[in-house]
Design a protein around this ligand. Structure first.
Ligand code: CTP
Ligand code: MG
Length: 389
């Protein structure tokens, strides 16, 4: 193993995030626009920070954007900010100069902030390739028939087997990348670094890219992401028990059920809606029902529990999230739930403002075992799925 092999080599990563994002037509530069619940820059920064072989992370940002960048990076430690230039190439050059001033490194990954979804496996493939070559890039095949257009009309069809799409990060032996940046005209504005390395006569290895790594360029890219795979899925679970007592009303799933006993509690003791509320709060890590509606507060005495569900739903909406589905189980011997099940499902669908086929309610006994088996109380559990943009 030589000093420059990836296992012993010092590896730094640079994210270029100094562009204006003009084609994306957003209110702020695209690298700070939320994608799947986080500023776009944050996603790939997290992937690089989580990778065990990467030592330092350098973020190249636009002039005057330090506060915005720090906010986007909050929670990630050990990164340094560098001010970029007028072109991507100049921004990379500025990053390289800062790394050199900071003692240099052996290998460098250069990545676009505009490609948020960076899998560790791509980084692994690139670093492995640096054992044999001074540079490596991720590529994907051209899958569509590809043509040249001349005078506004379709011209010849190109042989797409020889055409590949190039992504970032791109990995380099640091000294080579510094050398080729010094040799390249400052005004050249190369769209990536591999072309500079190649122009200087060095080999560039190719590794398999990743569809998830696609670049966000236009406004449509952000709209597509909001609609499809970029939604972050969260789940929440809730559990609750109330005691069955004579002389109480029995409320379950927002429905009053005729029964010889009812559930005792501070509110209407609707054990199903309480488990559901906790599951909703759990999906957004917003504490539990007791935090929001303390039993010590007289305000909640006898209150209908759909108020709790409504509050949890409004917190989810404030996060820009939506409830996808809920699955609940009531645990009791009596009353029998089946005759009331559809009415409860439809109540809950209305509370959550979702279709009834997204609301599942099941019931089970505990074979006459335990407190539910003896009819001393009713237990309920709930699981919810929430999508966060
Ligand atoms: N970039 C940079 N400095 C520049 C220009 C671009 O650091 N002067 C970065 C961008 O922030 C982006 C990456 O290079 O992460 C790829 O560039 P591109 O997708 O073209 O982003 P923008 O230049 O910001 O977008 P546009 O060209 O639409 O203005
Ligand atoms: Mg650009």
């Amino acid at each position: 193993m030589t000093d420059s092999s990836p296992r012993t080599a010092r590896i730094d990563a640079m994210i270029v995030a100094a562009g204006k994002g003009e084609r994306a037509s957003q209110d702020i530069p695209k690298q700070y626009v939320p994608v799947a619940g986080k500023p776009m820059l944050r996603h790939s920064a997290q992937s690089l920070a989580d990778h065990p072989m990467i030592d330092r992370i350098w973020i190249v940002i636009g002039d005057g954007q330090a506060e915005t960048a720090k906010k986007a990076m909050s929670g990630i430690e050990n990164y340094r900010l560098v001010t970029g230039g007028d072109t991507r190439q100049q921004s990379v050059s500025n990053g390289l100069a800062a790394i050199t001033a900071g003692g240099g490194t052996d290998h460098i990954l250069v990545h676009d902030a505009a490609r948020p979804f960076l899998a560790a496996s791509v980084i692994d493939r690139l670093l492995d390739a640096l054992d044999a070559k001074p540079a490596a890039i991720p590529v994907l095949p051209t899958v569509d028939t590809t043509i040249r257009i001349e005078n506004g009309l379709a011209a010849e069809t190109l042989d797409r087997s020889g055409l590949w799409r190039v992504q970032t990060p791109q990995a380099f032996h640091f000294d080579k990348l510094v050398e080729v940046h010094q040799q390249t005209e400052k005004s050249a504005d190369a769209s990536d670094d591999a072309q500079l390395i190649r122009a200087c006569g060095y080999d560039v290895a190719i590794v398999e890219g990743d569809d998830q790594l696609r670049k966000f360029t236009t406004r449509q890219d952000f709209a597509d992401a909001a609609l499809t795979t970029m939604i972050e899925i969260r789940t929440g679970s809730g559990f609750d028990v109330h005691r069955l007592a004579a002389g109480e009303d029995l409320w379950l799933g927002g429905l009053r059920i005729e029964h010889d006993k009812g559930l005792a509690g501070h509110s209407d003791a609707d054990v199903l809606l309480h488990a559901l509320t906790d599951a909703l709060l759990g999906a957004i890590a917003a504490g539990d029902i007791g935090d929001h509606f303390p039993p010590s507060d007289e305000k909640w005495r006898g209150v209908a529990s759909d108020v709790f569900v409504g509050h949890a739903v409004s917190l989810i909406r404030q996060k820009g999230a939506t409830v996808h589905n809920v699955d609940m189980t009531l645990i009791c011997e009596e009353p029998k739930i089946k005759p009331h099940r559809e009415a409860m499902r439809s109540n809950i669908a209305a509370m959550l403002d979702i279709e009834i086929d997204r609301v599942s309610l099941k019931a089970t006994t505990t074979e006459r075992l335990g407190f539910t088996g003896r009819g001393e109380g009713i237990a309920a559990q709930a699981t919810v799925t929430v999508g966060l943009k």
